[in-house]
Design a protein around this ligand. Structure first.
Ligand code: PXG
Length: 442
């Protein structure tokens, strides 16, 4: 093992890669060295069409001039300002811009650096809110099977992906889970929102009956679950969840880390589904993936509840060194400008039917057992190879990459979420590459 500087660039040992099969990757690395608009360029100099917006985050496309300029001039002007007891103008402006994108009443924004931090922040706000109201017995948190809420202890506790939980001890106590809404036997090959399964929201009533509402602080769900392989909410499901939460005084948290900032062809899922939660967690698209930043948006009712004590007292003992970092805030503002100037959310909405046609045209390809879509999200579920779960989809991932298209796989599901600037010809390229790849899989 050499430590020499000349060798450093070729030495892959030191970096412990996240959510990656390190040894497999390092024996055959896939390196991306630059990016512009819809494409990466890899170390071999080949263009790779981005079918996944990085990891669901580069909604405005890559290395956009406006963001590059905003970030570089910000770092020159004000590189950092203390986040506690000090402020800088851009973070206030960004908070106001975000809240203006949301329904009235979702007015206050707490900044974080990632989706995981947003989730932990939202759960903590929910607990502290009930306590501030004198309702401190409400400590239970309810998540959902197959939910993904990042990798903090709060997020994996309310999350429902077994591999992300099983090796990490006892997690948070007082957490319960609703069933997921993936019903392939009834909903396979649905276009858009599936018809069947709204009654699964009533499982929340069962949990309330078990524990009593007076012990439950919040319910957290992804309006559309992404990481776990694209699970869509059945028609009426989210409205029903909202009604049950309201009836029992339970806060509803929408984890919009992937659905926020245009992915569904609306600003947020709350707009798309016309269901208003009490808290929203975001990250990713907020800065188009350029600089890490997340945000929790909460109702003014929640915020105002905290603003009651003595004015010289800190109201919430929570925050990060980099909450509202000036460079991230500049990136966020420039990203929101691009979304607005290029009408990217309605562009995504306009493209959604074409995307849907393309996705569902793969129905008869080898091994395909389900196709799901919404907005600019697509999922193609493959029949697993017996005894080798995930292997078939991973093979598709490698083959698509060789053919110059970046896709993402989770389990035996291919998940697609291109930047919102995608052209129809590029949708065709993704679809035709996948057709070729799928029909040549073992
Ligand atoms: N909530 C949701 C709904 C997410 O999708 C997080 C929280 C955590 O965000 P951070 O920024 O802490 O990673 C996520 C992240 C994939 C994939 O391929 C999805 C995520 C991250 C990486 C890969 O599906 N989602």
């Amino acid at each position: 093992m050499s430590n020499s500087t000349s060798n450093a660039a070729n030495n892959l040992d030191a970096f412990w890669m996240p959510f990656t099969a390190n040894r497999q990757f390092k024996s055959n690395p896939r390196m991306l060295v630059s990016a512009k608009d819809m494409h990466y360029t890899n170390a071999e100099g080949k263009p790779v069409l981005d079918g996944t917006a990085g990891l669901w985050c580069c909604n405005a496309g890559h290395s956009r001039d406006k963001i590059v300029e905003a970030v570089s001039s910000q770092i020159r002007e004000l590189d950092y300002a203390p986040a506690f007891q000090m402020g800088h103008p851009k973070v206030f402006e960004l908070a106001a811009r975000i809240s203006a994108m949301l329904p009235n009443g979702l007015d206050n924004v707490f900044f974080t650096n990632s989706g995981s931090e947003s989730v932990d922040t939202a759960l903590k706000i929910a607990l502290a809110y009930h306590r501030a109201k004198g309702d401190g017995a409400r400590t239970r948190l309810i998540g959902r099977e197959r939910g993904y809420h990042g990798v903090g202890f709060g997020g994996i506790s309310v999350g429902g992906i077994v591999s992300n939980r099983k090796t990490f001890g006892t997690l948070l106590t007082g957490v319960d889970h609703m069933p997921h809404t993936h019903l392939p036997e009834k909903n396979a090959f649905s276009r858009g929102i599936p018809e069947h399964g709204a009654e699964l929201a009533d499982e929340l009533e069962r949990i309330v009956t078990l524990h009593d509402a007076s012990t439950i602080a919040a319910v957290i769900v992804e309006p559309v679950a992404g990481s776990t392989g694209v699970i869509l909410p059945p028609k009426g499901y989210l409205k029903r969840l909202r009604e049950i939460c309201t009836k029992h005084g339970i806060l509803l948290i929408f984890d919009e880390v992937i659905t926020g900032f245009g992915r569904l062809g609306a600003s947020f899922a709350t707009e798309y589904f016309d269901v208003k939660p009490d808290l929203i967690t975001t990250a990713k698209g907020l800065t188009g993936g350029t600089i890490p930043m997340g945000a929790v948006i909460c109702s003014s009712e929640i915020y105002d509840t905290f603003m009651n004590g003595p004015e010289n007292m800190i109201e919430l003992f929570h925050g990060y060194t980099y909450s509202g970092h000036p460079v991230a805030a500049a990136a966020g503002l420039a990203t929101l400008d691009i979304y607005q100037e290029e009408n990217l959310f309605s562009r995504a909405n306009d493209l959604a039917p074409y995307w849907e046609e393309g996705m569902h045209s793969l129905k008869d390809c080898k091994h395909v057992i389900d196709i799901r879509n919404l907005g600019l999200i697509g999922a193609i579920e493959l029949e697993p190879i017996e005894g080798k779960p995930t292997a078939r989809a991973f093979d598709a991932f490698l083959k698509a990459y060789e053919k110059g298209v970046l896709i993402r796989t989770t389990g035996d599901i291919i998940a697609l979420s291109p930047p919102l600037i995608i052209e129809k010809s590029q949708i065709d390229q993704i679809v035709e590459t996948l057709r070729d790849v799928l029909n040549n899989l073992d």
